[in-house]
Design a protein around this ligand. Structure first.
Ligand code: SF4
Length: 475
């Protein structure tokens, strides 16, 4: 515990994030709002006057993790009258009553559509007592939030997330996002470009564009007026001085247009990396998932992208054991994964998310033993291809943006290539800093990383930015 502080000291806030990049960026926006309201960020939970838990319900056991954390905070709050606890994000949007019922010590519950009100809700709770405010949908994209803070370690001052769209108009049967985040709302192109220009002026070299389905960006904008496509946005961002790398996630395969592939190929800053979630190689399973494409159509688009963009790295998401998945369905997934030859894949065993259609397919659930056995076989194919791709890079020179030293061994640093490959190297006596660009000669390959020798360093532009710590909870 810390000692007493002056009565007029600024209140300190601590934000803990559960879940995906979208949530981490939402936390940056919450942190920006609280800082603009005169509070100070802290990464010391014990001394925080305001604790915000930004929740996620996509991952398994998200609710258990939240209630466990809230239980620990109850004791802390009992020792520190005046401390406020706010719960926001997807789980708050979905389970608002349950949170109030199970954790009466929470002061504010807010949802995914009103994070812009976080500061005013905390103030209201100070005056009036606990507040629950959940909006069912966004009135418009809240573009003018002070979202200028930086995130957790992977996103230091050289790198920033930029949200271009919230919500999703699709209805994948395993996914809770459309329920908790609502329909798609795209942000105006001019607002996005202005934010990226500001980031570039602050020394940011790399941006990651975020949306649930970036490929449908702009569809909801300006009825009867200019309606930009994602390709137009990529071109507009590519024209911003100082931005060297543009990444994006996630594009839905059914909406990957030739225009987007052409823009990726033409734009100097758009990285040679495409994350294209396949989920399953079986057309029967894809239909049950409501994915809107067949494996053949997916592979055709992938071939188009590879033909247009030299040295394109491709990654994906795969679900094993989706309800009703037969041995034949799974064999087809293995076949398609083998043809696709991914650089990496995020593989998940299906687990039902309450509230989704797939959670009700209980009669067709695949046994955990079968799902685990399939997963082991899938990982074997994925890793074989990943290692082959990495081995082909040994001996070559790679340019990395430096992310920082390893937690286990501070003498080993890491950075990423344009293809998003993680490369470890030892700086030795070279003064390398986070955000620098370095050239590294690759000497070793493993399925998930490369190792290399430092060759040259290009220091990052130095600028002064406010750093607001935002703690990411382990997934
Ligand atoms: S595209 Fe499908 S998986 Fe992605 S957010 Fe929308 S519903 Fe979920």
């Amino acid at each position: 515990m810390t000692g007493p502080r002056p009565a007029d000291a600024a209140r300190r806030f601590y934000v803990r994030t559960y879940g995906c990049q979208m949530n981490e960026h939402d936390s940056e926006r919450i942190a920006g709002l609280l800082a603009a309201d005169g509070m100070e960020p802290t990464d010391d939970l014990e001394s925080a006057d305001v604790v915000v838990l930004n929740t996620c319900c996509i991952r398994e056991n998200a609710d258990n993790k939240l209630y466990g954390h809230l239980g620990r905070l109850k004791a802390l709050k009992a020792d520190r009258p005046g401390m406020q606890i706010a719960v926001g994000g997807c789980l708050a949007q979905k389970d608002r009553e349950l949170i109030v019922e199970r954790a009466g010590h929470v002061d504010v519950v807010f949802g995914t559509h009103n994070l812009q009100h976080a500061a005013s809700l905390l103030e209201r709770a100070r005056l009036e007592g606990p507040v629950v405010e959940i909006l069912e949908e966004h009135a418009a994209y809240p573009s003018a939030l002070p979202a200028r803070s930086t995130g957790p370690s992977a996103h230091g001052r050289h790198s920033a997330w930029v949200t271009i769209q919230v919500g999703c108009d699709n209805s994948c049967t395993f996914c809770i996002v459309p329920i908790v985040r609502g329909p798609e709302i795209s942000r105006r192109l001019g607002d996005i470009v202005r934010e990226v220009e500001d980031l570039a002026a602050d020394g940011v070299r790399e941006i990651t564009v975020l949306g649930q389905n970036v490929n449908s960006y702009g569809r909801d904008l300006g009825a009867g007026q200019y309606r930009p496509q994602f390709a137009d946005l990529l071109r507009a961002l590519d024209a911003v001085d100082g931005i060297e790398r543009i990444r994006f996630t996630s594009p839905h395969p059914k909406d990957l247009r030739p225009e987007t592939i052409a823009a990726m190929a033409e734009c100097r800053s758009v990285c040679e990396h495409l994350h294209l979630p396949l989920q399953s190689g079986s057309d029967r399973t894809l239909a049950r998932m409501h994915r809107g494409y067949t494996a053949e159509r997916y592979l055709r688009r992938l071939a188009d992208a590879r033909a247009a963009i030299p040295d394109l790295a491709v990654t994906t998401d795969l679900i094993v054991g989706f309800p009703g998945e037969t041995d034949a369905d799974f064999e087809r997934t293995l076949e398609v994964v083998d043809i696709a030859g991914y650089d990496a894949a995020y593989t998940f065993v299906f687990s039902p998310r309450p509230g989704t259609p797939a959670a009700d397919m209980t009669d067709d659930f695949v046994s955990p033993e079968v799902a685990q056995e399939r997963m082991a076989r899938l990982v074997e194919v994925v890793e074989r291809h990943a290692l082959e791709k990495h081995a082909a890079r040994v001996g070559g020179m790679e340019r990395l943006l430096v992310e920082g030293p390893s937690k286990k061994d501070p003498d080993v640093w890491s950075g990423r290539t344009r293809q998003n490959k993680l490369v470890h190297f030892s700086p030795g006596t070279e003064p390398v800093r986070v955000g620098d660009a370095v050239d590294v000669r690759i000497t070793r390959a493993a399925p998930h990383w490369l190792r290399g020798d430092l060759h040259a360093v290009e220091p990052a532009p130095r600028t002064a930015r406010i750093r607001i710590p935002v703690t990411a909870a382990p997934a």
